[in-house]
Design a protein around this ligand. Structure first.
Ligand SMILES: Nc1ncnc2c1ncn2[C@@H]1O[C@H](COP(=O)(O)OP(=O)(O)OP(=O)(O)O)[C@@H](O)[C@H]1O
Ligand SMILES: [Mg+2]
Length: 455
């Protein structure tokens, strides 16, 4: 702080009085000149004084500002000279060490740190001549004598002439960070375990649903075949009884009576439909097994050219055949759109999408399906949009997951869209996306290349 004393207002008058006591032979003009010069000097003095006071106030303000910044820093800061003797330390450092700043000033920087940090600190004065020292981790001896790890940076400090005058060391205690990191790791581990358990139980539940679905699907044709087989067994016994009589050469009236009793004519008439029904049931079982196999290992199909519009129509016809109620269809498609792809896979996707749309609108008064086929950016696009309830935001993210279904057991396995997505992206080099149409209903968009790049 610069100390100043302002001359009193009567200083100038005193000077005049002294001047008045000077030799008497000076002329009056000379006296006036002396008095004027003295007044000028006095005015200059006052000006210098005011300047000085202003600068002093600014300096004090700057000093207070620097002090407040240093005191507010949560990171520790030490300023040292080129030899590593401490010149200043901020409040965070003082608090961490449990010593006063005055106590620290003049001591060796290296004395603050743990023994393990000794070599690193001893090198600071040499290192700062070549540039900054960034993010080295060293331990400082805190108030209780415990070693606290710090992430330390050290920068050279230059005076107003650009000469190296020392260094500024800043550091951030790593204890809190480390603890937070350890907690985070622990929470992450727990989350991962919980997630694995969830996935595992979801897998088991999904498997259960799949098995239940498959069992339900297989149950119908198998019971049908079983029933037929039991009937055929009974028919076979009666036929054998009758044939035994024929072989023994029984008289015609006995044969006629046996034929009547065993209802041989009815059996013969029943045989055809019974066998046909059993075959149909066996075929249904075989279809289900084939589908499951196809699901487990999707086969790569040969690609060839076909008309996408015709395929959309035939897929629609397949689904409509089994539909319980008529659905109004609005078409927005060209007469034909030739593409080159795996026809079977594309049809499987389309049937899944249309079937889902029909399912979503089941029971609705005026079910309506919009089918749009077009091209965009050299890709063929099929949009299947229903006017059903749409899909909730949560479910929108899950519809392509395996086994995700909102349908009752036996009605849906939740594999339709999962398989379709895999077929669209992997087998057909296309894409499949879903959204809720702004005017209601779900809209699925299948995108296919017009010309397959491979396959
Ligand atoms: N058009 C749609 N409108 C509303 N929800 C739909 C629509 N399409 C699919 N979803 C929802 O997505 C779920 C999954 O569909 P996905 O086709 O994968 O399985 P699924 O139809 O339930 O059974 P699967 O097709 O295996 O017989 C459906 O259960 C349904 O909740
Ligand atoms: Mg489905």
């Amino acid at each position: 702080m610069v100390e100043t004393r302002r001359p009193g207002p009567r200083g100038g008058t005193a000077a005049i009085a002294r001047a008045a006591a000077a030799p008497l032979d000076m002329s009056e003009d000379a006296w006036i000149e002396v008095i004027r010069r003295m007044d000028d000097i006095y005015a200059d003095l006052v000006r210098y004084q005011v300047d000085l006071e202003e600068k002093n106030a600014a300096l004090e303000e700057a000093q207070r500002f620097i002090d407040s910044v240093l005191a507010s820093m949560s990171d520790v800061l030490v300023v040292a000279d080129v030899q590593g003797r401490i010149q200043r330390a901020n409040k965070a450092m003082v608090n961490l060490l449990g010593r006063t700043e005055a106590d620290l000033v003049g001591t060796e920087l290296s004395a603050l740190f743990a023994v393990s940090a000794g070599p690193a600190i001893a090198n600071f004065p040499d290192h700062i001549r070549t540039g900054d020292i960034l993010d080295c981790e060293i331990e400082i001896l805190a108030a209780g004598g415990e070693a606290v790890p710090l992430a330390v940076n050290c920068s050279p400090r230059y005076d107003s002439e650009g000469t190296l005058s020392g260094m500024v060391v800043t550091g951030r205690p790593l204890g809190e960070l480390r603890r937070a990191y350890r907690d985070l790791q622990e929470t992450h581990k727990q989350l991962k375990t919980a997630q694995q358990q969830l996935v595992q139980s979801e897998k088991m539940a999904s498997l259960g649903r799949l098995v239940a679905g498959v069992a339900h699907e297989l149950n119908n044709p198998i019971s049908f075949v079983f029933g037929n087989m039991h009937t055929l067994q009974r028919y076979g016994e009666r036929l054998q009884d009758y044939l035994r009589l024929v072989q023994r050469g029984a008289p015609p009236d006995v044969l006629a009576q046996a034929r009547e009793q065993n209802r041989i004519d009815r059996i013969l008439a029943d045989l055809g439909p019974l066998i046909a029904g059993s075959l149909e049931g066996a075929e249904r079982v075989s279809d289900i097994v084939q589908n499951l196999r196809r699901f487990a290992t999707p086969q790569r199909q040969k690609r060839r050219g076909f008309d996408l519009c015709r395929l959309v129509e035939s897929s629609l016809a397949w689904v409509s055949k089994a539909a319980r109620q008529p659905v109004q269809i609005l078409r927005d498609m060209p007469d034909e759109l030739p593409v080159h792809n795996s026809e079977g896979h594309v049809q499987q996707i389309l049937i899944n999408l249309i079937q889902n749309a029909f399912d979503a609108m089941e029971g609705q008064e005026q079910p309506r399906l919009d089918l749009c086929v077009r091209t965009a950016d050299g890709r063929a696009i099929v949009q299947v949009r229903d006017h059903g309830p749409g899909i909730s935001d949560d479910n929108l993210l899950r519809v392509f997951d395996p086994f995700f279904t909102t349908k009752p057991v036996g009605k849906g396995t939740g594999l339709g869209l999962y398989i379709s997505y895999g077929l669209a992206t992997d087998q057909c080099a296309g894409a499949l996306a879903v959204r809720n149409h702004p005017d209601g209903g779900a809209e699925f968009t299948l995108e296919l290349p017009m010309e397959a790049a491979h396959g």
